[in-house]
Design a protein around this ligand. Structure first.
Ligand SMILES: Cc1cc2nc3c(=O)[nH]c(=O)nc-3n(C[C@H](O)[C@H](O)[C@H](O)COP(=O)(O)O)c2cc1C
Length: 202
């Protein structure tokens, strides 16, 4: 089994989503002892944002920009790792109501027509079939579906929509929310996430 582990929090050792994603990976390694794990820390080693220079290069333009060349290689590796992965574990904090920009930059590089989805006569079709995904979600506030806050929730809902668009429909969200409501709330949120992790099955 190949597992792709992404983290995107800028809070390093203090990050809740990193703790949750790490514990999910640990649980999956326990369930699948031979699992090979590829890790990408998108906060410490982000891709560049897409630019007109990237688009020109995609269309075959030559470049002598070494930073762009390295970044194009990185984007190619992102796609290869994703195509080869059986399981994705995505550490995804909420920043300003949505995902962190380095995670969006990763998405901008892997959502490629003809590779991870395609256009058909009846609409787009995801090409990442048969994969399983876990979203390690952390957020300061609470976004109950039946509360007014729900309309502001563009983090999990965006990731679920994006993964579904790419054909990944077996997705489990492991969530710790209310992190900003003090140490007790944070501890309880993490404990609930850990309970959910303990229930992950092979
Ligand atoms: C730049 C920034 C923006 C944030 N924006 C939100 C927000 O819009 N809504 C929210 O509920 N929490 C927000 N938070 C709180 C984080 O979601 C919370 O601290 C969470 O634990 C972050 O995940 P992490 O610990 O893995 O970094 C924000 C935190 C930071 C640092």
């Amino acid at each position: 089994m190949k597992l792709l582990h992404l983290d995107s929090s800028m809070l390093g050792a203090a990050s809740v989503s990193r703790q949750i994603s790490r514990e999910i990976v640990s649980r999956l390694k326990h369930l699948h002892p031979g699992a090979v794990v590829i890790t990408r820390d998108l906060a410490s080693d982000p891709a560049l944002h897409l630019s007109s220079a990237h688009l020109a290069a995609f269309q075959g333009a030559q470049t002598d920009n070494s930073a762009l060349t390295a970044d194009l290689v990185k984007g190619g590796a992102y796609i290869q790792e994703l195509l080869e992965a059986d399981v994705l574990v995505i550490g995804a904090p909420m920043y300003n109501l949505t995902i962190p920009t380095p995670l969006k930059a990763w998405i901008d590089r892997i959502a490629v027509a003809g590779k991870t989805f395609r256009y058909t006569e009846t609409g787009p079709e995801g090409l990442l079939k048969g994969k399983r995904a876990f979203i390690a979600s952390a957020r300061g506030s609470v976004y109950n579906p039946d509360s007014p806050m729900a309309a502001l929730e563009h983090q999990e809902s965006y990731l679920l929509g994006l993964l579904g668009f790419l054909g990944v429909t077996d997705v489990e969200v492991v969530r710790a929310e209310g992190i900003a409501y003090g140490p007790e709330a944070r501890g309880e949120a993490v404990r609930q996430a850990q309970d959910a992790i303990a229930k992950i099955s092979a």
